[in-house]
Design a protein. Structure first.
Length: 236
């Protein structure tokens, strides 16, 4: 961790899902002050937004030292993104692969907008480290999750704000089994239990079915990745 005040704080893109929760814990280990930001863009699985406050409460209660570092939460409304996106995450549509080869859950421009808005918020808050749970190792093929995309975006944000923003993606080169392992390394069984019980990654917003790895439909791409990673981590 750097010594400067700007480098001692982070803003975490926090959806309420497994990956962003692991990234939040990762940041709370490293920075003296950590704020969170979520985005309401008309997603089908809005239940993830409802999980965010509970997760922050649980993390603070189980890990008091993290609670002391956890700053304000922000939730930004991006309805226009949902209005212009004809996807299975913003419409009641089948989850499948489109002719482009990408899954119909791909929301074009989503991560580009998320980081741009996070930078605007960080600019006002004096926070230049932006943390996201994007990954190109074990993922659905979204082009805006790739390291090259976010490196280019980081450069654009720096140029466009004239501030030394740094996009950090601690999960970028980890598969889902390694993400579960990282959760265990960061906070042990207590943190893994929080991830299993209180995070939400299912694209369909299913919270009535409980699996060993957490809640979800068990069949959508997000659930399949999460379950496969959990099983591989436990087997290892």
């Amino acid at each position: 961790m750097a010594d400067g005040p700007a480098d001692n704080a982070a803003l975490v893109l926090f959806s309420g899902g497994q990956d962003s929760t692991v990234c939040l814990a990762w940041a709370l280990q490293r920075y003296a002050s950590v704020e969170t930001v979520g985005f309401d863009y008309g997603q089908r699985h809005t239940v993830e937004l409802a999980c965010r406050e509970r997760l922050r409460t649980e993390l603070s209660a189980v890990f008091p030292e993290w609670g002391e570092r956890l700053g304000p939460d922000h939730c930004l409304k991006l309805e226009a993104l949902g209005q212009i996106s004809d996807t299975a995450l913003t419409r009641d549509a089948e989850i499948a692969f489109a002719e482009s080869g990408l899954p119909t859950t791909f929301v074009p421009g989503r991560n580009l907008l998320f980081f741009t808005y996070a930078a605007a918020l960080g600019y006002r808050r004096g926070i230049t480290r932006l943390v996201g749970g994007m990954c190109e190792t074990d993922y659905s093929g979204y082009p805006d999750c790739r390291a090259a995309t976010l490196t280019a975006l980081n450069d654009a944000i720096r140029l466009g704000t004239d501030m030394a923003f740094v996009i950090e993606t601690p999960l970028m080169h980890l598969d889902k089994a390694q993400t579960w392992a990282l959760a265990d390394d960061i906070g042990g069984p207590a943190f893994v239990d929080i991830v299993r019980e209180h995070t939400h990654s299912c694209y369909l917003g299913e919270r009535s079915r409980r699996h060993d790895w957490g809640y979800g439909c068990g069949a959508c791409p997000a659930c399949e990745l999460r379950a496969k990673g959990y099983e591989a981590w436990r087997a290892g």
